[in-house]
Design a protein around this ligand. Structure first.
Ligand code: DX5
Ligand code: ZN
Length: 225
């Protein structure tokens, strides 16, 4: 069993939820002890898939008090920040790979009253965000290539999680290190040992094989809590 160095938060990703009863699924997640609700926004350009927009964020906002953690996998994210903030996003993460003016985009997220996040793909080095760390509240480390739920965790991202944890500690800021993709009871312990304190999980939580409560419990049990 892994020694958990910090409180670990669970952020169910509604990408894997049953959309015919989305409100119910979000309520189940909150009742089961979820900490954040993760919303994956995809545009068919930055990533191949197309998912949801501000309308869905607004609908989810009505059924939960949990922080809504909005992950923008879209080109030109700066054009849509206001709409997501107005819809009720609490955290907004943008991909550094797609934001030529990342510094300004992150400043805007903060000015809109949201926690400021940057998401980094498996190939993206830690150094790419070293000059904006002082603006960050959340680093979303992609542990799969973004675009789809149900992919396999990439273990080569573990050293990067370690480096980001060190960077976060050295910044003196309270930065959450969230891991996103392929997080199950089998993979969560290694991500947490490396320094992640937020687990984003879709397929491990929303599944026809078990209840939302069972999915969240299994993740927590894997960490020994
Ligand atoms: C992938 C998304 C993830 C996705 C994770 O592009 O960013 O948030 O929902 O899904 P699982 O947990 O199924 O890998
Ligand atoms: Zn995501």
């Amino acid at each position: 069993m892994v020694k958990v160095p910090h409180v670990v938060r669970i952020a169910p990703s509604i990408l894997s939820a049953d959309f015919t009863r989305l409100g119910e699924q979000v309520r189940e997640a909150e009742a089961a002890g979820a900490d954040w609700i993760h919303v994956d926004v995809m545009d068919g350009r930055f990533v191949p898939n197309i998912t949801m927009g501000p309308l869905v964020v607004k609908a989810v906002r009505r059924v939960t008090r949990l922080p809504l953690d909005v992950h923008l996998m879209i080109v030109e994210p700066e054009r849509h920040l206001q709409a997501f903030a107005d819809a009720g996003a609490d955290h907004i993460s943008v991909h550094g790979e797609i934001s030529p003016n990342l510094h300004r985009t992150l400043q805007t997220i903060g000015e809109l009253g949201c926690r400021v996040g940057v998401a980094i793909n498996p190939h993206t080095p830690v150094s790419s965000i070293s000059e904006v760390v002082h603006l960050l509240d959340v680093i979303l480390v992609m542990t799969v290539n973004p675009g789809f739920g149900g992919q396999t965790f990439l273990p080569e991202t573990l050293p990067k999680i370690r480096q980001l944890r060190t960077m976060a500690e050295n910044s003196g800021r309270n930065i959450d290190i969230a891991v996103d993709g392929g997080i199950y009871a089998e993979t969560a312990p290694s991500a947490v040992s490396a320094g992640a304190n937020v687990l984003v999980a879709g397929s491990a939580i929303f599944s026809e094989q078990h209840s939302v409560q069972e999915g969240i419990d299994a993740l927590r049990r894997s960490l020994g809590n």
